[in-house]
Design a protein around this ligand. Structure first.
Ligand code: ADP
Length: 400
């Protein structure tokens, strides 16, 4: 069956009326960022913040209308209000009236950081976690700010874990700049829908899903405030990940509400913090560490990226930003130091060409450095390390 196009989605949404306005959601200019991918339709309904809580029935109706179109396998409509990312979420919406609660897909993503949708969380309570029984360990790779090499590190760690013989997934949750498709050599590809599930892509022996596969590159506006966490949760839940030993999550940079909520909702076994030497000096990475500790996610360690530069000709090490800050900070904060990765053009070229250095030069020194980091992470996760058994026992580097 031919794929439905975006124009048809918008056309159909003209049937969704808003009583409060006396018009429909398209004429009101509320429909944003409709994306169609393999029968999966995603769009945002951007509403005035003061009306938000009353509009769940409108969201549900919009989903119903699109779900009824031929060629549509799955619909996600999210309510969003025009608020800056990171500000406090609006109050949770009241329960929808009977009969207005969606059509079985259960994607009540409106105002996602609070009020979990039924069937979405593992157990009751507002801070319930997603249940992902097929994934043994989920590890967040985080950074205090963007551009420190978080995605590069996440991809190389995932690839190094796969080289250890583990079943590995890489989930790109960096809504502000999803670069995993490019880094993993999957740019421009789209996952397919199978029934109401999404089939992830795979390359270099790792299963990959990215929010970047689902949005168009020029529509960053869709990922704002309250809808972010709901959309990420849906991807985690609706993607056919299969059985995984480890999932590496490339987190959005920073330590705002979105990151905090994600850290609470996703059952993280631990977090790895990537920092450059100057970033450590600016305390950004410390903020990340404290955020995970606040929500009792064990910090598996800190990695110093772009740590030093080694002259390719003479081998001389240039310490651009006074390297070693991450190691010192790790010691100070009683977090393990996982290793340092130099600033090297080869790492950049390999990453940017979609063949991260662990794949491009598997026997080189950089691949070895990532492999050592991966071994250390795995020994902590699998409980081989006397230091920590995240799921069972509080390791000594937990928040006190
Ligand atoms: P983030 O995810 O933190 O925004 P990226 O992983 O996208 O950062 O990296 C930003 C840029 O820096 C990319 O072009 C990447 O290739 C490059 N880069 C990352 N780590 C290194 C490194 N150790 N040496 C050289 N270039 C690097």
């Amino acid at each position: 069956m031919a794929e439905i196009d975006k124009g048809a989605v918008v056309e159909a949404l003209k049937a969704v009326r808003v009583d409060q306005l006396g018009t429909d959601i398209v004429s009101a200019g509320w429909v944003r960022d409709a994306v169609v991918s393999g029968g999966h339709v995603t769009f945002a309904i951007e509403v005035p913040p003061e009306l938000g809580p009353q509009l769940e029935p409108v969201r549900a109706e919009a989903e119903r209308v699109i779900a009824a179109l031929p060629g549509v396998a799955q619909v996600t409509a999210v309510l969003t209000a025009d608020r800056a990312a990171g500000s406090a979420p609006p109050p949770p919406p009241p329960p929808p009236p009977a009969g207005a609660a969606g059509h079985g897909h259960g994607h009540s993503h409106s105002h996602a950081p609070r009020g979990p949708a039924p069937g979405m969380m593992g157990h009751g309570g507002g801070t319930g976690r997603l249940e992902l029984p097929n994934i043994k360990h989920i590890v967040a790779v985080a950074s205090g700010k963007g551009g420190v090499g978080k995605s590069t590190t996440a991809a190389n760690i995932a690839l190094a874990l796969a080289r250890l013989g583990l079943k590995v997934g890489l989930f790109d949750a960096d809504i502000y700049g999803p670069s995993v498709p490019r880094v993993m050599g999957l740019a421009g590809q789209k996952p397919m829908a199978r029934g109401d599930r999404i089939v992830p892509l795979r390359n270099h022996g790792v299963t990959v899903m990215s929010i970047g596969f689902m949005v168009e590159e020029d529509s960053p506006v869709v990922w704002r405030g309250p809808m972010v966490v709901g959309a990420l949760e849906q991807l985690l839940r609706d993607v056919e990940w299969g059985e995984l030993d480890v999932m590496i999550v490339d987190m959005p940079p920073g330590t705002g509400d979105t990151q905090l909520t994600m850290s609470q909702r996703v059952p993280l076994a631990g977090a790895v913090i990537v920092s450059t030497p100057q970033d450590i000096a600016l305390l950004d990475a410390r903020k990340g560490l404290f955020m995970f500790r606040k929500v009792e996610v064990p910090v598996l360690g800190i990695i110093e990226n772009m740590s030093y530069h080694q002259c390719p000709k003479c081998g001389h090490r240039e310490e651009l930003f006074g390297h070693g800050g991450a190691r010192r900070t790790a010691e100070e904060l009683e977090a393990p130091f996982l290793g340092e990765i130099p600033l090297d053009l080869k790492i950049r070229e390999a990453t940017d060409a979609g063949r991260p250095i662990v794949v491009a030069e598997p026997d080189g020194p950089h691949a070895t450095a990532y492999l050592d980091i991966a071994k250390s992470i795995w020994s902590t996760l699998s409980g081989d390390s006397p230091e920590a058994q995240p799921a069972k026992k509080k390791p000594r580097f937990w928040f006190r």
